[in-house]
Design a protein around this ligand. Structure first.
Ligand SMILES: [Fe+2]
Length: 326
């Protein structure tokens, strides 16, 4: 193992891929699978699932709460440090005492994950793309796709389209209308501000904006009001992670349909199945984990409360796990 910028990596294996170590975790890939080992066990994942999951964890900087790659492997964001775990939120692993968890400074796990994602992604594969819009992740190492795996996540400081903030999407910015959204109107709103307010009123067509998204399952921040973030996204196929909430998330289904599997966050026991159709609104509680299935490219508005106080308020019982009682 050699260490560069705190990334512990080995020489390339027979398939051309490097091995990685993070604490007592060891990672390797072959033509089809990612292999993960820790002192009390080991795990295997299909490489397409693994790359799609680690891509989100890297791009979202470990997101809110828990990013489960599957029912065994994942990360917990403590906003400064990150837990990497195996079996921690799996009742069978827990009761057999085979689970394993290590805490890392965020830069160490971030740099290791970034290096592994870049090394293990071949030139044909884009982990953010719908499976029908990208090539194969399988086989021996063949080139890289660094531009795709280092995409900058859109994060408006006020709102998309405001002068100096994130720009609107168009053909000329390299964002053509997606094949699934050919019927989405492409006009922009008429703005008629009162005199002296000309540079203070902004508006944009969110449906047009989303129809030009190149990626799937990637909530990006389009508007900000203090801790209130609108994070819309386009979805197709399966959410590549199982997100364990540490706060309530509101979902507004803007188009088409997503079917959600909702499980207990800590044990994985099935709690609900939610089918969301256009116009449906759901509040995902802070003690669940969820994974979505979108049979056709759909538009979803995820509304996040980014207050850093929320996880402690909820964990200590001072704030409820659900936002509404009926
Ligand atoms: Fe979530």
């Amino acid at each position: 193992m050699s260490k560069t910028e705190s990334v512990a990596t080995g020489t390339a294996n027979d398939f051309g891929y490097r091995t990685y170590e993070l604490g007592e975790f060891a990672f390797s890939r072959d033509e089809f699978f990612a292999h993960i080992a820790w002192p009390t066990g080991s795990h295997v994942m299909s490489i397409d699932d693994f790359l799609r999951a680690i891509q989100r964890d890297v791009a979202w900087d470990f997101f809110y709460g828990i990013v489960n790659f599957d029912a065994v492997l994942g990360t917990v964001n403590h906003y400064g440090t990150v837990d990497l775990f195996a079996g921690r939120f799996n009742e069978a692993y827990r009761s057999a005492e085979l689970d394993h968890l290590e805490n890392f400074e965020t830069p160490q796990i971030r740099e290791t994950f970034k290096a592994m994602l870049d090394d293990w992604t071949n030139s044909a594969f884009d982990p953010f793309a719908s499976p029908v819009e990208t090539g194969t992740p399988f086989g021996a190492k063949e080139g890289s796709n660094t531009d795709a795996v280092t995409r900058r996540r859109v994060a408006a400081s006020r709102m998309v389209g405001v002068p100096g903030d994130e720009e609107l999407r168009s053909d000329t910015t390299g964002h053509p209308v997606n094949r699934m959204f050919a019927d989405v109107p492409q006009d922009e709103p008429d703005i008629e501000p009162e005199p002296a307010f000309e540079d203070r009123v902004c508006a944009f067509n969110l449906f047009k904006y989303l129809s030009r998204s190149q990626v799937t399952w990637n909530p990006s921040v389009v508007s900000v009001c203090k801790d209130s973030l609108y994070c819309p996204t386009t979805e197709e196929y399966i959410l590549p992670i199982i997100h364990g909430n540490d706060r309530v998330e509101w979902f507004v289904q803007l188009s088409d349909q997503i079917e959600w599997t909702v499980e207990d966050r800590d044990t994985g026991k099935l709690r609900a199945r939610v089918v969301m159709k256009p116009g449906d609104v759901a509040a995902m509680p802070s003690d669940i984990r969820h994974q979505g299935y979108s049979p056709k490219r759909s538009m979803l508005l995820v509304w996040e409360n980014a207050s850093p106080e929320l996880p402690d308020l909820i964990a200590s019982g001072k704030a409820p796990t659900n936002p509404v009682d009926f």
